[in-house]
Design a protein around this ligand. Structure first.
Ligand SMILES: *[C@@H]1O[C@H](CO)[C@@H](O)[C@H](O)[C@H]1NC(C)=O
Ligand SMILES: *[C@@H]1O[C@H](CO)[C@@H](O)[C@H](O)[C@H]1NC(C)=O
Ligand SMILES: *[C@@H]1O[C@H](CO)[C@@H](O)[C@H](O)[C@H]1NC(C)=O
Ligand SMILES: *[C@@H]1O[C@H](CO)[C@@H](O)[C@H](O)[C@H]1NC(C)=O
Ligand SMILES: *[C@@H]1O[C@H](CO)[C@@H](O)[C@H](O)[C@H]1NC(C)=O
Ligand SMILES: *[C@@H]1O[C@H](CO)[C@@H](O)[C@H](O)[C@H]1NC(C)=O
Ligand SMILES: *[C@@H]1O[C@H](CO)[C@@H](O)[C@H](O)[C@H]1NC(C)=O
Ligand SMILES: *[C@@H]1O[C@H](CO)[C@@H](O)[C@H](O)[C@H]1NC(C)=O
Ligand SMILES: *[C@@H]1O[C@H](CO)[C@@H](O)[C@H](O)[C@H]1NC(C)=O
Length: 768
């Protein structure tokens, strides 16, 4: 077998295995009036050929030969199959009684080699012949009449015994004339007529006449506005004084049909191509399977008789119809219908005529209306786009999102999603989901209008099956989110600072948070002593009192207000859009602030200063003309320029410290007394680098606030020993404050208590 296949140019006979493969793609069927072989092109490669076989030999079925001999090869390669129809009266059919045997060779290309496959089938006549049978095939007209047709001799020119005479006579005795209106055609013998492409024969008790369309003797006319082709042939024989004569009329509707707006493929034929009394009975259907009129109508077909014409409408989606998508620049579709129509009529002599049409009707290319529908629901924060009305032979193979290519299906890990939707009518659709926040989505933020715009350009690549003809469908979807408001923090006061909290929103990434000009990051928080915690739900920021960024106001004995502001900026432009400002009232037992303009503000708690008998104790700074701005109980408020009130200063390598001291005495008369048990020293230290004019007495300007201290020196036994300076906390002992890593603890009433504040500006100081 391998040998046979390997010999080039040699037509091989198929092996069992290959035969099986091929015959899988071959379907043979006996129909009422013809035998049919359908060949699936996917099994046989390019268009196969056929040969008719009988005892006398093998005959290639060419186009011409087919029309002459009753074969029809209808190749619909776009639909993927080829069909051969052979009339029961075709040239190489053996018939015995009502049995018809067909033998064909199918010549197909398999694996690049041509091979011949023998096909045979015997069909039994399932429906008895009518007196007259007319077939309007695609490529020929065929008429057969029963040979014992009875008709009155002389009245209409028919010879009562014509058929028998024809049957017994040798054909060469017979003459043929073709008739055309107002034309006298010369007669010819049957052999000459055959040379002209006609077939005259006598088979199975019937006289047969077959003619291809478009013969010189054929007549193209219109009947009831329907184009009709007809051939009028009369065969006659003169035997002695008797003339035998048979009229053989072949007439067919040549109407090509059209596709109407309502989705019907329309076709028509004159109702009475052949003499008819009392109308005709009609059966219609697709693919050689005609149905009774009522059943067809129930299935949506139109059958209407109107002004002598039968109108037939096939719904576009009729079962058995073929549909194909097609790309020529744009996407089109067309429908193909293999229409069979049977018309049965009786003339006034009760001669029954069965007329059969076989027509392949093709719609024009119809534009396909694939559409995209924006089903985006803003709340879901994703694009939902539906691609609909995709024909069943078209599939989505890839997709471009904003010019980025993606093959389908998407990877598991992808945030995109595409789902196919199937419909009973065969169309399908695809639902694409792409989250707004995905990197592939283009965004634009219109700050003034608080509108966030998302843009997605989609380019779908669809392929028409089989093969891979590509069609692109594109869509641009824009979604606008309005009222995109910047995030707002909740802020609450605590004893030791302010706590900010922000619940994450989907669009937080549009903004950044800053403290002044500094962007809030965990690094910044670490450096400044803020406590930042950030999880998927919310962001919290604890800002301890005395850390950088506070503004202090309204300093009185009852405390002061501290204000902290977080700015919300548009990330792209750094433009401040909003801010959260929180002001809290703080009341630590004592504190000191050193402002950039050189004011030292101190609230000192002096528990030893007991108000005796309701008298207020006398109290002052080094310069005893500088008294407290306010006093209540054990607390006193001083506010004075650092470089006044008898200050002393110490100049270090990098800093300068201004110092003063609060003096007080239980004894009203005796200002500086021996029974002082405690000294309260107050200090402000500024970095030298921040001071602009250190030695100007009139104006003090610092770029930064100073670090303040309240230092107490305590004598072990009250009133007995000379005061000695034993700082409970020295300059060097406060590195934590200098580095801003720890909030200050306010512990009321506990000595020694030292409070430090950095103050940029102190407003509305009580008493001045
Ligand atoms: C017809 O084909 C079958 C196989 O399909 C085969 O067995 C049979 O011999 C063939 N008959 C003729 C007459 O060729
Ligand atoms: C017609 O055929 C019948 C027999 O079938 C015969 O009796 C009759 O004579 C024939 N008529 C003619 C005109 O040949
Ligand atoms: C995709 O997900 C399915 C189940 O969800 C899993 O079985 C499969 O292995 C995944 N494939 C890849 C490539 O991750
Ligand atoms: C198919 O069915 C779907 C859903 O019912 C419909 O939207 C679509 O228009 C139908 N398409 C055709 C060609 O009938
Ligand atoms: C879609 O993609 C195809 C192939 O890349 C390209 O030829 C076509 O121009 C694209 N269509 C649009 C509207 O971008
Ligand atoms: C699809 O097209 C490519 C070239 O565009 C071709 O190489 C390939 O064979 C085609 N595939 C099919 C199944 O037609
Ligand atoms: C798509 O739908 C969304 C949500 O309904 C709407 O905001 C948007 O304007 C639509 N886009 C287009 C291009 O129709
Ligand atoms: C907080 O975490 C979110 C992610 O959960 C991140 O996008 C954001 O940038 C973080 N914010 C800060 C200030 O670190
Ligand atoms: C002095 O302090 C006491 C308690 O701390 C308070 O009740 C009182 O109102 C204060 N007096 C003034 C004048 O502030």
């Amino acid at each position: 077998m391998a040998f046979l296949f390997s010999v080039a140019f040699l037509l091989s006979v198929c092996s069992a295995a290959i035969c099986d493969l091929i015959t899988d793609g071959v379907h043979m069927e006996c129909r009422e009036r013809y035998f049919m072989i359908a060949v699936d092109l996917s099994f046989t490669g390019k268009e196969p050929r056929f040969e008719a076989v009988d005892r006398t030999g093998v005959y290639a079925i060419t186009e011409q030969y087919a029309a002459k001999c009753g074969y029809t090869v209808s190749a619909l390669s776009l639909l993927g199959h080829v069909e051969l129809r052979a009339s029961y009266f075709s040239c190489h059919t053996d018939n015995k009684d009502d049995m018809f045997s067909f033998n064909f060779n199918l010549i197909a290309t398999h694996k690049g080699k041509e091979a011949s496959y023998a096909l045979n089938k015997t069909c039994t006549l399932s429906l008895q012949w009518s007196h007259r049978e007319v077939t309007c095939e695609m490529n020929y007209m065929e008429v057969s009449v029963r040979s014992d047709v009875t008709c009155p001799f002389g009245t209409n020119g028919h010879n009562r015994n014509a058929s028998k005479a024809v049957r017994s006579a040798t054909t060469s005795d017979w003459q043929v004339t073709f008739q055309r209106p107002e034309e006298q055609m010369p007669s010819m013998n049957v052999a000459q007529a055959r040379k002209r492409g006609y077939t005259f024969d006598s088979r199975d008790g019937r006289l047969l006449f077959r003619t291809p369309y478009g013969q010189p003797d054929s007549l193209s006319t219109e009947v009831e506005n329907v184009p009709v082709e007809a051939v009028y042939a009369t065969v006659f024989s003169r035997q002695n004084w008797v003339v035998l004569m048979v009229d053989l009329l072949a007439a067919c509707s040549m109407y090509e049909g059209y596709f109407d707006d309502a989705g019907y493929m329309m076709w028509k034929t004159p109702e009475a191509l052949y003499p008819s009394v009392g109308g005709t009975q009609i059966r219609i259907g697709l693919n050689g399977d005609p149905m009774e009129q009522l059943i067809a109508e129930k299935k949506g077909y139109i059958v209407e008789k109107h002004k002598g014409t039968v109108h037939i409408g096939i719904p576009y989606n009729a079962e058995g119809g073929h549909r194909k998508s097609f790309v020529i620049g744009s996407l089109y579709e067309f429908y193909v219908f293999d229409l069979s129509v049977e018309q049965i009529s009786l003339d006034r002599d009760y001669v029954e005529t069965m007329l059969q049409f076989r027509r392949t009707l093709v719609t024009p290319l119809l534009p396909c209306t694939i559409f995209t529908h924006n089903q985006t629901v803003l709340k879901e924060q994703m694009f939902t786009i539906y691609l609909g009305d995709v024909p069943e032979d078209v599939v989505l193979v890839s997709i471009q999102l904003n010019e980025q290519d993606f093959t389908l299906p998407f990877a598991n890990t992808s945030t995109y999603n595409i789902a196919e939707v199937l419909y009973p009518n065969g169309t399908h659709g695809y639902t694409l989901k792409v989250p707004f926040h995905d990197l592939v989505v283009k965004q634009k933020f219109f700050i003034e209008d608080a509108v966030l715009q998302f843009m997605l350009d989609i380019n779908y690549t669809l392929a028409v099956l089989p093969g891979n003809e590509s069609y692109y469908h594109s869509a641009s979807i824009v979604a606008l989110l309005t009222d995109v408001s910047p995030p707002a923090f909740d802020a609450v006061c605590s004893e030791s600072g302010i706590r900010f909290k922000l619940d994450h929103q989907p669009f937080d990434y549009l903004w950044e948070f800053t403290i002044g000009l500094d962007v809030l990051t965990s690094d910044l928080a670490n450096r400044r002593g803020y406590i930042l915690s950030n999880d998927s739900q919310s962001l919290r920021l604890d800002v301890p009192l005395a850390t950088h960024g506070y503004k202090y106001q309204d300093v009185t004995l009852k405390g002061f207000s501290g204000t902290f502001e977080i700015l919300v900026r548009v990330r792209e432009t750094s433009e401040v859009q909003t801010s959260t400002v929180k002001t809290c009232l703080f009341n630590p037992p004592e504190f000191i602030m050193c402002s950039t303009d050189g004011m030292m503000t101190v609230v000192a708690n002096l528990p030893l200063v007991v108000s005796s008998g309701g008298r207020t104790l006398r109290m002052s700074l080094m310069d005893n003309s500088c008294g407290p701005k306010d006093m209540n109980g054990t607390r006193a408020l001083f506010s004075f320029p650092v470089n006044s009130c008898g200050f002393i200063f110490e100049l270090g390598k990098d800093y300068v410290t201004y110092q003063n001291e609060i003096f007080y005495n239980k004894n009203y008369q005796n200002m500086v007394s021996n029974d002082v048990t405690e000294r309260v020293i107050v200090q402000c230290t500024y970095p030298l680098s921040s001071l602009r004019q250190l030695f100007t007495m009139y104006r003090f300007v610092s770029d930064t606030v100073g670090v303040g201290k309240i230092i107490r020196t305590v004598q072990p036994t009250a009133g007995l020993q000379h005061p000695s300076r034993k700082p409970t906390a020295g300059l060097q002992s406060t590195p934590a404050i200098a580095r801003h890593t720890q909030p200050i603890a306010f512990v009321p009433g506990v000595r020694p208590s030292t409070r430090y504040f950095r103050v940029s500006r102190v407003h509305n100081l009580a008493g001045g």
